[in-house]
Design a protein around this ligand. Sequence first.
Ligand code: HAM
Length: 431
Amino acid sequence: MFNRPRGTRDIEPEEMARRRFVENGFRRVCQSFGFREISTPTFEHSELFLAKSGEGIIDEMYSFKDKGGRDLSLRPELTAPVMRFYANELKQRPKPLKLFYFGNCFRYERPQSGRYREFWQFGAEFIGPEGALANAELLSLGVNCLEEVGLKDYTLRVGNLKVLGSLLDKLAIVGEERSTMLRYIDKGEMDNLNTFLDSECPEEKASVIQLVTLKGGVSVISKARKLLNNIEKSTQALNDLEQTISYLAQYGIADIEVDLGIARGLDYYTGMVFEIDAHLLGSENQLCGGGEYSLAHLFGAQDIPTRGFAFGFDRVCLALEKGGVVFPAEKLDAYIIAVGEDIVPEALKLLREMRSAGINSDMDFMGRNVSKAMKYASSLNASCVVIIGKRDFENGVATVREMKSGDQQVLKLDKLIDFIKNQSESIKTGL
Ligand code: HAM
């Protein structure tokens, strides 16, 4: 027996249908916002990720040498590949560029519920415009994706890295010291942060802790202004945050937590940052992360304002399931049972006509008797079963049984397709 590798999953048909429902919902919303889908390779030159992804991610990469001795890595995320693509081929296109993607990612993490070694990200990158208006458009895209698929129980937290950055600049906390601190903040390791501040900069400890624990409504912004005593860079960032929140109100989004302790685990973020959590997921509850970042220059293009996010697609699906969201059921419109081998060619012809007419249809391929074949059809959630025997066919009729009601009627073969079509349209599932 072969087991699948740790941290990977096999996805059964029912789950796959739920995932497709979510994916299609997200895709619809992205398109309605004018975002266009792209795709990049599953593996890249390792350097691409070493350039700016940050230590945490680099330690978790699946890296290998190919037969030509090249250092390659399975992608741990898609922002760096998208910006490589932009720098190589898309940079001449008219701005803004609104791009989205859906792809598998690989991180060598300790697997647990909601944390896998192969997982999927659905993400978007918004390239070109500067500032609060573009931030609000991107955040609204993320929120609308969740609303589209029926997820209600989530929290959107928004912050700005420049706020904490301005304080750390003022306190001259730089380099390695700063990265370690940001890592503790990102992982919520407050004990480690406290110990670190006690040993490295005890005098500044109180102000740092106060700032990174500032969370709540918009009033947090004025508290931060007071705490930071108008450090110039922080004023600009806080104004920007306030402006983003005010634009979001125009998008109908008011339920926002300001969180000045968001540090993000990747090293490329520069300004506004945000995270979306679903509390019913327990410890791995972050559904989405993103913000403004700077990468284009590393890949040989002129720097350009960029912002984006990625949903942990598997976590979104988990949150929907745990939240009891009812997914549209997978349905088969019709299942044909041919009674006797000699009628199989006619049954196949009917099957072909049904499929060409857009009816999702299947047929008994196991040579079962009618009652067993009907049981199987019901396990497939078939709306109706078409039973056709030699004599029926000679009389130009077939028996149609509606599975839900058990109603059964004999229909003329030339009326059959319209009948099933009308029925299946009235119960269209949206899948
Ligand atoms: P990230 O926060 O590293 O950001 O990942 C985005 C999301 O992927 C997380 O919020 C989480 O839901 C999901 N995720 C991460 N690791 C795992 C895992 N091991 N198993 C399941 N889900 C996971 C990025 O990757 C950035 N590229 C996002 C971005 C796009 N920023 C700007 N543009």
